[in-house]
Ligand binder design. Structure first.
Ligand code: SAM
Length: 197
């Protein structure tokens, strides 16, 4: 892969006005958020960062299981929708930060786990993004990432905006992640776990 091959935003950026799609029953049936969060086996005292937290579809499952939960999103509208959720008011350990995936608004080495879902294909500069994730993780911290498979699916981004599983794996390897494992959790999405090597 050439140095700049993945350095482009595929032109697809999630429109916050479509937020209801993220919370739909159809989505939940195909992508149960509890499956991914259970697979993470979060320690009760762990600090977890969700990049591109959106409406908190995965966050509401993860926050009760960890010590501190940090949600980052560049869209104030998405953060507002998450804040207005009833579940949000029950959490005392959630911090929501407006910020970019490529310049995370967190200190170095704060996170035991970083995860992101359906964000990868929207990121403009993956090398920078991965540097930021590795900076935010504690040594040996874990990354979990999930994104749309490059196959025909109901809903999701157009085919030419998707990043194939094979390409995603290559980018993770190139950017210094190790112990990369594939989790077979969803029909329409690939999921990788990795260590910040
Ligand atoms: C498709 S939504 C997924 C939301 C959530 N992860 C989920 O699966 O329900 C993508 C989210 O990432 C946010 N996002 C996209 N690009 C971003 C970037 N470069 N930095 C921070 N957030 C970003 C969008 O505002 C949106 O909330």
């Amino acid at each position: 892969m050439s140095e700049n091959e993945d350095k482009h935003n595929h032109g697809h950026s999630f429109n916050p006005e479509n937020w209801r799609k993220l919370e739909s029953d159809e989505r939940r049936a195909r992508m149960d958020p509890a499956k991914l969060i259970q697979a993470m086996a979060l320690a009760p005292d762990s600090t977890v960062i969700d990049i591109g937290v959106g409406t908190g579809f995965f966050a509401v499952e993860a926050a009760p299981l960890c010590g501190k939960f940090i949600g980052v999103d560049h869209s104030p509208r998405m953060l507002e929708i998450f804040r207005s959720k009833e579940a949000f008011t029950t959490f005392g350990n959630v911090e929501l930060l407006e910020g970019k995936a490529e310049s995370l608004p967190v200190d170095d080495g704060v996170a035991d786990v970083v995860f992101h879902v359906n964000l990868f294909h929207e990121v403009a500069d993956m090398e920078k993004f991965h540097q930021q994730i590795r900076r935010a993780l504690k040594p040996g911290g874990r990354l979990y990432m999930a994104d749309w498979k490059a196959i025909p699916t109901e809903g999701g981004p157009p085919a030419d905006h998707r990043i194939s599983e094979q390409k995603a794996l290559g980018i993770l390897q190139r950017d210094g992640f190790t112990n990369i494992g594939k989790l077979d959790l969803y029909e329409d999405h690939y999921v990788f776990s990795a260590i910040s090597g």
